[in-house]
Design a protein around this ligand. Structure first.
Ligand code: GCU
Length: 609
């Protein structure tokens, strides 16, 4: 079996430390043969790391070849044997699902929880097996049948471990140690304005692929060229040099490319004028695409569109567009907890559609693949973001590596999704030289991985008197002037916010990534009464007046679709640990401002017909 340099490096790592950090995940995991390991997992709460260290804090962890940890899933040998833990008989969590929302004792819990699932497998010769996690917040250590198979840091992006040869015929046991403790040097850092939901928050799959398989591919329109599909296909395994045929039957496309010894082949398909029906929010056309090689076949559903800027315009399929958006957290307010699956994801996106949105900012971290695929299907453009949020430890190389890895994993996962048009490298990061260097390298990372989309960030602005200036040096590295402003809420109020005006010199499209006001649903007063629906509504009306004065305004994602939970919002009456800037209440009731924003978007839609 020939090993690529990456594989050799991974193998060496295993030899040295007994486990590896995760490898790049298979693209289009749901399109592979797979067993879903979701369902009820037994769990043990472990605030003192009893299952990972002995009482002298000596590691049981198998990275050091130890044993004795909870991952052994030991049972007493006889009546004289002592084992002080048991997954049998422990309570269960619904996976995917954070633990905070499923056990009242864990609502605020930050620490380690061990989770166990058992499943039957029938491993076959000539197949590769990957244990794939959609996301685990924040640090995961994974064990299969009592053996460490790897670890991963980062709470919102997928990862996988090659478990070929480690599965037993019949029953297998996977145990995950998840730890959502926050640290200053993590991405995000210790301070965020959202709930720190811990655990296995997205699907877990056991994928089966041929030994030589199609590992990755990109099939998109070339940047700004509606007459050419371009991309690549990457084969992995011992027989990489293969022909790969790409077929898009409904578009009359069938082309064969030849992967070399490295398993990679470029794809370039010229198109006639009317050969493709382009994807757009109004008409989200998806095509069946099949990639087949001598040993593997993968099916996908892909939309084709271009997105470019031209001066202050954003052009979708060559036509100027206004991004009628709203910001969205990955949280179902009715639980409340992390989104669990298609049902609650569709609920959030349907609320956005009801507001006549054609665009959503999926803040402040990578949302699930299912959410992005739903946006493809429902016709919503997407701003996708990594949680480089607020006061990151800019100066530490390992922190940059973490941010870069999360950005890479997001792009690799979603780069065939028509809905994703903007990769965001972060939110509200205080300007400094070390930060601008860090973020500039993040922007370079995006462009090295994907030339077909725009690069953005929610920049901060600075106010001098009534003038709001956008002069962030990072803006030079971005395709958009995109920033958060809280005129009327954190700055001034409804009666005097119209004094503000903007000083924006860059000749680029302007997107307001956040503005808004808290309103407790059902609390009423006049337009000067903070926390009232009337105040929020009036602020939105004032914002439209103020923002429409910006010549390059081409979009906005008011903060926020629906009230969401935050440890930073303790006011007992108005907040109760909820951020109330939602246009809908935590029970999904529309506030007055919901209708005002919809009316504004109806008018914008006509203007950009
Ligand atoms: C910031 C931040 C959000 C936060 C919002 C607020 O702009 O980006 O994450 O929730 O302000 O204060 O409500």
């Amino acid at each position: 079996m020939r090993w690529s340099p990456l594989k050799l490096l991974l193998a060496a790592t295993v030899l040295v430390c007994g486990s590896v950090s995760a490898e790049p995940a298979l693209h289009n995991i749901y399109g592979r043969q797979h067993l879903l390991l979701d369902g009820r997992w037994n769990y043990i709460v472990d605030p003192y790391e009893t299952g990972y260290y002995n009482y002298r804090r000596q590691p049981y962890d198998q990275s050091e070849g130890g044993s004795g940890g909870f991952y052994d899933d030991r049972k007493p040998k006889d009546k004289g044997d002592i084992v002080e833990y048991s997954f049998e008989g422990s309570p269960t969590l619904a996976i995917p699902g954070d633990w905070n929302s499923q056990d009242a004792k864990l609502e605020n819990y930050e620490g380690t929880v061990w989770m166990r699932q058992q499943f039957n497998a029938a491993p076959k010769e000539g197949k590769r097996y990957f244990l794939y996690f959609g996301a685990v917040n924040y640090e995961a250590h994974v064990y299969l049948n009592g053996k460490k198979i790897g670890s991963h840091k980062g709470g919102f992006t997928p990862f996988q471990f090659d478990v070929t040869g480690k599965l037993k015929p019949g029953q297998n046991t996977v145990i995950v140690k998840a730890d959502n403790t926050r640290h200053q040097d993590d991405i995000p850092t210790v301070s965020t304005d959202w709930w720190n939901y811990g655990g296995i928050t997205r699907d877990v799959l056991l994928a089966e692929v041929p030994e030589t398989h199609i590992a990755d591919y990109q099939i998109q329109l070339a940047k700004g060229d509606m007459r050419r599909i371009e991309g690549f296909v990457q084969i992995d395994g011992p027989q990489r040099a293969q022909d790969v045929t790409v077929t898009i039957p409904e578009a009359g496309i069938k082309t064969t490319v030849h992967a070399g010894a490295d398993g990679r082949a470029a794809i370039s398909i010229p198109l006639t004028a009317k050969q493709l029906h382009y994807w757009s929010p109004e008409d989200p056309k998806l095509y069946g695409v099949t990639l087949s090689s001598a040993t593997d076949t993968v099916n996908d559903r892909i939309g084709f569109r271009t997105i470019v800027t031209h001066g202050r315009d954003i052009l979708l399929n060559g036509k100027s567009i206004f991004l009628r958006g709203v910001s969205v957290h990955d949280e179902n307010p009715l639980i409340p907890g992390r989104l669990r699956g298609e049902g609650d994801m569709r609920m959030l996106l349907q609320w956005a559609k009801e507001m006549n949105c054609n665009y959503v900012r999926l803040a402040h971290y990578t949302h699930s693949e299912e959410m992005i695929r739903l946006a493809d299907e429902m016709g919503l453009l997407v701003w996708a973001e990594v949680p480089v949020y607020w006061t990151i430890s800019w100066q530490k190389p390992e922190v940059f590596d973490n941010a870069k890895q999360q950005m890479t994993d997001m792009i690799v996962r979603d780069r065939n999704r028509a809905s994703v048009v903007i990769w965001s490298i972060g939110n509200e990061t205080p300007v400094s030289e070390v930060r601008t260097n860090f973020m500039g390298r993040m922007a370079d990372t995006v462009r090295s991985l994907d030339t077909t989309r725009l690069v953005g960030a929610a920049l901060e602005v600075h106010r001098t008197g009534d003038e709001i200036t956008v002069a962030d040096p990072l803006a030079d590295k971005l395709d958009l002037v995109s920033f958060n402003e809280y005129a009327g809420w954190y700055w001034a109020n409804n009666s005097d916010m119209l004094k503000f005006h903007f000083n924006i010199t860059a000749n680029k499209p302007v997107i307001i990534t956040e503005f808004g006001a808290d309103a407790l649903g059902g609390y009423h007063g006049d337009a000067d009464s903070r926390w009232s629906e009337e105040y929020q509504d009036q602020l939105y009306r004032n914002q439209f007046k103020m923002l429409d004065a910006i010549p390059g305004l081409r979009g906005m994602t008011p903060w926020v679709l629906v009230d969401f939970r935050s440890p930073r919002r303790p006011h007992p009456y108005f907040q109760d640990f909820w951020n109330r800037k939602g246009l809908l209440t935590q029970s999904g009731k529309k506030k007055q401002a919901f209708y005002t924003l919809k009316a504004y978007y109806d008018q914008k839609q006509k203007q950009y017909k």
